[in-house]
Design a protein around this ligand. Structure first.
Ligand code: ZN
Length: 188
């Protein structure tokens, strides 16, 4: 029997992450915990911690992506709500049994390597809903992805603007000092 554990994050589509951080980080005081480029969705995302749940800022990186279409049609605003579930397959089976319109009938790989599936807003009374099953490898995958982005952003001058760069520099510094104290065999 599958169950919903909690709200994992609420995603907000923005035109510019740095601009959005002027409110979400500087004024409201939330801290950026993760930044990731998602090629499958042509989007750059930044996660901010609010205790258990997170806010996900989503910036489309390609004007033909579905997120870019959403932004140009509706403007910035709430894009989806994500629930963490303990068994995503069982949850999808149950939704299918209720004739719910699933955008992803099978789980796909999302940010941080987690298993995700989206439910169509026509079945949810207008809200795009994401389901997310935690994987044990997520902390490692998250770190390796953010470091890959940091390397690209810093050495190739891509992607980043000031606030994102500041966060990425911190990640690189943190990763480097952790390696010095506790060497691991994981990716370089
Ligand atoms: Zn999400």
């Amino acid at each position: 029997m599958s169950s919903i554990k909690q709200i994992n994050h609420v995603a907000i589509v923005v035109k510019d992450i740095d601009d959005a951080l002027c409110f979400w980080e500087d004024a409201l005081g939330l801290k950026v915990t993760h930044v990731e480029n998602i090629p499958e969705q042509d989007a750059l995302v930044a996660f901010l911690s609010t205790g258990e749940a997170e806010i996900e800022l989503v910036k489309p990186m390609d004007k033909d992506s579905s997120v870019a279409h959403y932004l140009s049609k509706r403007g910035p605003g709430i894009h989806h709500i994500c629930f963490e579930v303990d068994d995503i397959e069982a949850c999808l089976d149950k939704l299918r049994a209720h004739d719910v319109h699933l955008i992803n009938p099978e789980p796909v790989v999302g940010t941080g390597g987690k298993r995700v599936a989206f439910i169509h807003p026509e079945s949810t009374h207008g809200v795009l809903v994401e389901l997310y099953e935690l994987t044990e490898q997520e902390p490692e995958i998250r770190l390796s992805r953010v470091r890959a982005l940091a390397d690209r952003a810093i050495f190739e001058g891509q992607v980043a603007t000031a606030s994102v760069l500041k966060f990425l520099r911190g990640i690189r510094y943190r990763a480097t000092s952790e390696e010095r104290s506790t060497p691991t065999s994981e990716e370089s």
